[in-house]
Design a protein around this ligand. Structure first.
Ligand code: 1OR
Ligand code: 1OR
Length: 397
């Protein structure tokens, strides 16, 4: 049942204002309110003018209708209307010349208006679920992370839709809510599929981080949904945070033996995309048999590698034996990514442990030059496995 007394959008308007007040704790509430609602009004006018909540890549071929939010009631039809819609009625976005990349230039940091796209509870829940494993967000402070979530907007996509075209300027960064997306890279004038995103992950960070043209084309293979983050907010929060990350991890990354084979600039690109995760004593970091989507470097503490033993008949029993340990500077979780097989062992934290995490796509893109070293080490696992269990079936590729 809808409540006729509460005007449409009032709840979201007041919620947005309350969040801002709590975040900034302004000394003069009335003055802050004037500024806040002026900004909201300007955003609304901009949206009405160009039909999009921000310049979206998808907006190259279409526009967003941010259908005004209805308050309260969970009528399914209303819920539908609340979703910013994607419609195809706008000409292709003309590429704008991108500004120079300078993470330390934060002169206009505070003058940039904070982007807030109101969301229903259901949208917010899906957004949080989609973003919980996004490594680029893992090193953000809580407050910055919540600003990112506020600024994200939903993009509904149709089969065969080009979300990003190689060579274009970057406008948005995308987190996948659902759907399958092909990654195409141009070779000899034709688009070659070099990988896929399957219902999770994110893309579109490179052009925004390095001020370069889009490095690949991303095409939806089925109906799906994405969460977009506009370029300005990405710069203000993620790129600035990367400058901090570089300061924090530069010295450590320099001492990781595996990464010695990379150029300094390549090592810094790893720092830009890595996430950091802390584990407590005994916590399982990797489970044997699971599908792999990332790679780890121990920053502090220690991990133990455990393998399930087999019975004489070759059946796996549930006993685990420790086969190795890794400490600061050492890596694990590469095997499944290199062999494209399930995780060959389980990995547990020994004491409080911190790891740097690199996702599978960044691993494939950035760690190619280290592949020989990893493969050499993998062949050692095989020898050890044969020595222990008399077979290297689990590791064969
Ligand atoms: P972007 O802003 O350049 C295209 O827009 C996005 O595709 C890019 O950011 C990445 O997020 C994503 N090489 C380059 N970009 C890739 C790749 C990739 N995979 C995903 N993206 N390679 C494939 C690695 C699995 C290397 C291809 C040679
Ligand atoms: P992964 O992606 O398969 C588990 O996830 C990780 O444990 C694996 O990558 C390796 O990084 C790491 N056999 C299998 N995996 C090992 C081993 C190992 N050591 C470390 N890992 N062996 C130990 C060799 C010293 C052989 C087992 C007998």
């Amino acid at each position: 049942m809808s409540n006729a007394e509460i005007p449409e959008g009032l709840k979201e308007l007041l919620q947005g204002f309350t969040v801002e007040v709590l975040r900034h704790r302004p000394p003069n509430l009335a003055e802050f309110a004037v500024q806040h609602f002026t900004r909201v009004l300007e955003n609304q006018k901009n949206e009405q003018q160009d039909g999009t909540p921000s310049t979206t890549s998808a907006g190259k071929e279409g526009t967003f209708e941010n259908v005004s939010d209805k308050s309260g009631e969970n009528d399914e039809e209303e819920e539908e209307k609340e979703t910013p819609r994607f419609t195809r009625n706008k000409p292709r976005r003309v590429a704008v010349c991108a500004e120079a990349y300078d993470p330390d230039d934060d002169a206009d940091d505070n003058s940039e208006p904070q982007v807030v796209h109101p969301k229903t509870d259901e949208q917010r829940q899906r957004l949080q679920e989609a973003c919980k494993d996004i490594l680029l967000f893992k090193t953000l402070e809580k407050e910055q992370f919540s600003e990112v979530l506020d600024a994200m907007f939903e993009v509904l996509v149709k089969p065969q839709e080009h979300i990003i075209d190689q060579g274009d300027d970057g406008d948005n960064f995308y987190v996948i809510d659902r759907g399958v997306y092909d990654i195409l890279v141009e070779k000899d004038g034709a688009g070659v599929c070099v990988g896929k995103y399957n219902n999770k992950g994110s893309f579109g960070e490179l052009a925004l981080m390095y001020n370069t043209p889009r490095a690949a084309t991303i095409v939806a293979t089925e109906e799906g949904a994405l969460w977009g983050l506009d370029r300005a907010t990405f710069h203000r929060l993620i790129v600035k945070n990367n400058a901090k990350k570089r300061r924090m991890y530069e010295a450590f990354i320099e001492c990781v033996p595996l990464l010695k084979c990379l150029e300094l600039s390549e090592r810094m690109k790893i720092v830009d995309v890595l996430g950091a995760r802390a584990f407590s004593d005994g916590e399982r970091i990797i489970a044997q048999g699971e599908k792999a989507d990332c790679f780890y470097i121990v920053e502090s503490g220690e991990v133990k590698i455990m393998i399930k033993t087999k019975t004489k008949a070759g059946q796996q029993d549930n006993m685990e034996v420790e086969v190795a340990r890794c400490s600061r500077g050492q890596y694990f979780g590469e095997l499944a990514l290199v062999t494209n097989k399930p995780r060959a062992a389980s990995v547990y934290a020994v004491g409080n442990t911190k790891c740097l995490v690199i996702d599978i796509k960044a691993f494939e893109r950035l760690l190619g030059p280290c592949m020989d070293i990893m493969k050499r080490n993998i062949s050692q696992y095989e020898h050890q496995l044969v020595a222990l269990f008399g077979s290297s079936d689990d590791l064969k590729h």
